[in-house]
Design a protein around this ligand. Structure first.
Ligand SMILES: C[S@@+](CC[C@H](N)C(=O)[O-])C[C@H]1O[C@@H](n2cnc3c(N)ncnc32)[C@H](O)[C@@H]1O
Length: 179
């Protein structure tokens, strides 16, 4: 009985830590941690054409599931994720250790980064941050660099393509941009 109670207590503490962490991250960043849908990852991985040594960034990578899907298909890419919320960052780091992956995850604010070497950027953020990110990427990205933004558009940049969910054509879409 005592063991069961201890076990229950540990579960409750973990759930509390996750909830408090998600709440603090949301207040701080204004972007909640919401996992990228499976169809988006499949379409993204399917759609991108890459050279062996291409550099791909995921801005707000969560637990890095998008980067892991890429690494599975293209093992030689340079894959870098930025994530400021502690919980998904720690989970991503643990997954990297367990899978002996070469993905690099930075616990840093992507607004302070430089993406001039990026070939591809993936992001799933929120509408309120898109104007600031658009200004940053328009300055930093090299010609030909590609951006895939799930769910949210840049306010002044025309997407080269809008990719709908094949099962829910009216749902959120992937916006594809090319510099
Ligand atoms: C909608 S979630 C995307 C999760 C991820 N694509 C996945 O499938 O797991 C957005 C993430 O962006 C992170 N984020 C928001 N602003 C950030 C910033 N300025 N620098 C780094 N990470 C940021 C949030 O902490 C959140 O986890």
């Amino acid at each position: 009985m005592m063991i069961f109670l201890y076990f229950l207590l540990i579960i409750v503490i973990i759930a509390l830590i996750i909830t408090i962490n998600s709440f603090i991250s949301f207040i701080w960043l204004r972007v909640p941690f919401v996992t990228t849908p499976k169809w988006v990852i499949e379409k993204f991985v399917d759609k991108i054409d890459l050279k062996n040594n291409s550099i791909v960034y995921d801005l707000g990578c969560g637990d890095a599931k998008v980067l892991f899907a890429l690494e599975k298909k293209f093992p030689n890419l340079k894959l870098i994720g930025y994530e400021l919320a502690w919980w998904p960052y720690v989970v991503a780091k643990l997954k990297i250790k367990l899978k002996k992956s070469k993905i690099k995850i930075l616990h840093q604010n992507f607004y302070k980064a430089n993406f001039s070497d990026a070939d591809i950027i993936f992001c799933y953020l929120i509408d309120t941050v898109m104007p600031k990110l658009e200004s940053q990427l328009k300055i930093q990205l090299k010609p030909g660099a590609k951006v895939f933004s799930y769910g949210f558009k840049f306010p002044n940049w025309q997407p080269a393509e809008i990719i709908p969910n094949p099962l829910k054509p009216k749902g959120s879409k992937i916006n594809f941009y090319q510099k």
